[in-house]
Design a protein around this ligand. Structure first.
Ligand code: AR6
Length: 172
């Protein structure tokens, strides 16, 4: 049984077994939550990302997939990097966004992580509308068969928190 919890705040301040990063295919950092995780987590995360690029993901991590590294100096054992889709008004990419949550939890299960903190993937630079992103995130996690005991959505601002809270109440 997985419990879903909501927190408003900075995901880099969370304590969890795994913290999920809304990365890009390069795995080499960026802005938003990605920049914050690398800044606070320190260089060990980027070092492992570079190794992954040099070995398993020469062409980059495909959208919708997930891969784990050390969490460096974060209060977590692992960072799980996933690549959300850029929002499109002409193409339905919902399944790719759902895949980020599914694949991140699959990786978490492989690692034995019991608590996993997620940001609202794709809702920043990648422009996914918050209400729809919240619906996809909550529905996907609810439908998962996983040994993860707590999925914590860490929402940066009140608007994001309210969007996720509304979705959570929907099916409660
Ligand atoms: N803690 C929690 N949530 C955060 C934090 C934080 N410290 N910082 C931002 N958010 P974004 P994306 C929220 O842009 O849309 C990067 O450059 C933010 O308010 O970080 O998936 C990557 O390298 C928003 O709701 O990720 C990629 O190139 C959510 O996190 C690209 O951005 C996601 O915003 C990925 O874009």
């Amino acid at each position: 049984m997985t419990t879903i919890t909501l927190v408003q705040g900075d995901i880099t301040r969370q304590s969890a077994d795994a913290i999920v990063n809304a990365a890009n295919s390069s795995l080499l950092g960026g802005g938003g939550v990605d920049g914050a995780i690398h800044r606070r987590g320190g260089p060990a995360i980027l070092e492992e990302c570079r190794r992954l690029r040099a070995t398993k993901y020469g062409k980059g991590l495909p959208t919708g997939q997930a891969v784990a590294t050390t969490a460096g100096e974060l209060d977590a054992r692992w960072v799980i990097h996933t690549v959300g889709p850029v929002y499109s008004t002409t193409e339905d990419r919902s399944d790719l966004l759902a895949s980020c949550y599914r694949e991140s939890l699959r990786v978490a299960d492989e690692l034995g992580a019991k608590t996993v903190a997620f940001p609202a993937i794709s809702t920043g630079v990648y422009r996914w509308p918050m209400d729809d992103a919240a619906r996809i995130a909550v529905e996907t996690v609810r439908a998962m068969d996983t040994a993860v005991e707590e999925v914590r959505f860490v929402l940066f601002d009140e608007r994001a928190y309210n969007a996720f809270a509304a979705r959570l109440e929907d099916g409660a």
